[in-house]
Ligand binder design. Structure first.
Ligand code: G
Ligand code: MN
Length: 280
């Protein structure tokens, strides 16, 4: 995700004398303190959202595990509210470690699911993250092939060689990789030829109102063609309405994700004793 307020700030907004700039800094600092204290106390959990097959929307291809943090008042805060402030810091690395550990535990406890976990490419170079990954993969030989790692393009292109080498090593062990938020603003086609992502997740901006929006129809089908050309499984994010789902199915997108099919749940069906709908 583009970190709002952190990049391409107009120089006129920088400086202590500017009340807006100092308000943003103060907010970031408060967020940082809140996240740090939640991590120290392991006040974090995953919320699970289904990604379904577009041709069989009752069948779950995999779940995305999204990190949630409990703040001092017990409120559950979604990642998008704090990740932009911490993505490039040590706290960002610790969040990625915890998300991975929680995801690997869930895969171990629930042999019937596939799960994707988000990370910044920066975490690949963070030894505790690699250690957590190796520990999880060693616990159960089926975990590797049920794990999907989601990396945003914005972070992947900051350290492309590192990402390519890492993907190559892990793919031979069954781990799949998804390019997250594709098209959201950092798209650099040059790297698509070099990165071998298994899954392409097309950013929700192109999905909004697609059944009635000619611009989004053109953009999304171009992004889908790119995914198909490079033999990636295509996923449309943020599908909220049945009309959007219907249109996307017609375009030949492989999988769909969004509130229309399921919101992220911290108590997923498999933990509630319900039957999970994961496809085999
Ligand atoms: O960057 P990434 O695609 O991993 O972010 C997923 C985020 O999108 C999560 O915070 C999740 O709650 C949110 N999300 C999931 N489905 C929808 C949806 O249908 N609409 C919107 N607006 N957000 C969604
Ligand atoms: Mn994601």
């Amino acid at each position: 995700m583009l970190p709002p307020g952190r990049t391409k700030k107009s120089p006129t907004l920088v400086g202590d004398s500017n009340p807006l700039a100092s308000a943003i800094t103060q907010r970031d600092r408060t967020t940082l303190d809140m996240v740090r204290s939640a991590l120290d106390n392991r006040q974090a959990m995953l919320a699970f959202q289904p990604v379904v097959f577009s041709s069989h929307p009752g069948k779950v291809a995999f779940y995305e595990g999204l990190i949630r943090i409990r703040d001092g008042t017990g409120r559950i805060i979604p990642a998008k509210e704090f990740i932009p402030s911490v993505e490039k810091t040590e706290i960002g690395r610790r969040i990625d470690c915890l998300a991975l550990e929680l995801g690997l535990r869930e895969l171990e406890a629930e042999p019937g699911i596939r799960l994707s976990i988000n990370l910044s490419a920066l975490s690949i170079g963070y030894p505790p993250w690699i250690k957590a990954l190796e520990a999880g993969l060693a616990r159960d030989e089926t975990i590797g092939e049920r794990l999907i790692l989601e990396i945003t393009e914005s972070s992947a292109i900051t350290v492309p060689e590192l990402v390519m080498k890492f993907m190559d090593q892990l793919q031979t062990r069954g781990v799949a990789f998804a390019l997250d938020d594709f098209g959201a603003g950092y798209t650099s086609f040059r790297y698509l030829r070099d990165f071998f992502f298994d899954i392409l997740k097309i950013d929700g901006h192109f999905v909004r109102g697609i059944h009635a929006d000619r611009d989004n129809q053109i953009l999304l089908s171009a992004l889908t063609d790119i995914g198909k050309h490079f033999e990636m499984i295509t996923v449309a994010e943020s599908v909220e309405h049945p009309e959007e789902a219907e249109f996307l199915r017609g375009l030949g997108i492989d999988c769909l994700q969004g509130f229309h099919f399921g919101t992220p749940l911290i108590n997923p069906s498999w933990r509630m004793g319900g039957k999970n709908q994961q496809a085999g």
